[in-house]
Ligand binder design. Sequence first.
Ligand code: CP
Ligand code: NVA
Length: 307
Amino acid sequence: MTKDLLKLLDLSKEDIVKILNTADQLKYEQKHGIAQDHLHGKTLAMIFEKNSTRTRVSFEAGMFQLGGHALFLSGKESQIGRGEPVEDTARVLDRYCDGIMIRTFAQEEVEELARYTRIPVINGLTDFCHPCQVLADLLTIREHKAVLEGLKLCYIGDGNNMANSLIVGGLKCGMEVSVACPQGYDPAPQVLEFAKSDPAHTFSLHRTPQEAAVHADVLVTDVWASMGQEEEKAVREKAFAGYQVNAELLALANEGCMVQHCLPAHRGEEITAEVFEAHAEEIFDEAENRLHAQKAVMYLLMGDKNG
Ligand code: CP
Ligand code: NVA
């Protein structure tokens, strides 16, 4: 394993499979009341420069379940919010804690933090990617469909952090990946370059959701305006009209097609209330699996002999 989890581009297929298998094991243990004291006495610092419900709670609960402790640092209330350089914050936390989870805007800030620390740094979402979420998505899809290889994963909407991580994670796991987004809202160039160079040639980018959704085994979507894009909301509502997971789109997909949404969801925008509720079990399994996937990441990166 790598020292950090900064983005899925840094992981091999074997690393991803190891995380998913470890997550399955930890989930089984937790459901059967088997003690999981693997991170006894260890501390995770969690830096949040954006809002969160799932990420904060799943990391904090997960760390507690593993016998360790997690502490919440708000970007605004810590000295980070007053401009203390990230390289100094990194070297301080390195001396108190055993790992850092950070949710922020620029991917470069997370990469910089990792360069200045000996302890693992875990990306809890940046504008560029959301690796922990997509590990949970892959775990959920594998649970429901038994395999990942050969399945068609289709993402509808903004070429944002979720799109970037789904493309990389899906392709690395041998899935076919199709994406539909409006012109001007493409996934990151670095991700498209990776996708186009994938030897299996199973990636496709479309301008209509209908083209992308044909024969999909999993349909995924995300909000039209991400955190930090609140002022673009009106412009984005126009640009993304029609980029919606609804019953008509689902009818083009394969029988038994799953629906995934990282949440929070905006019913009536990127997904209809009808489709959301019909697939709520899969969507909340996905939310639950944040806990198990992240426990696996922390176990593998922060445990004593696990890497
Ligand atoms: N999906 C996700 O990351 O949720 P939060 O923003 O609530 O952490
Ligand atoms: N794309 C969304 C994901 C939230 C979990 C955002 O960045 O706000």
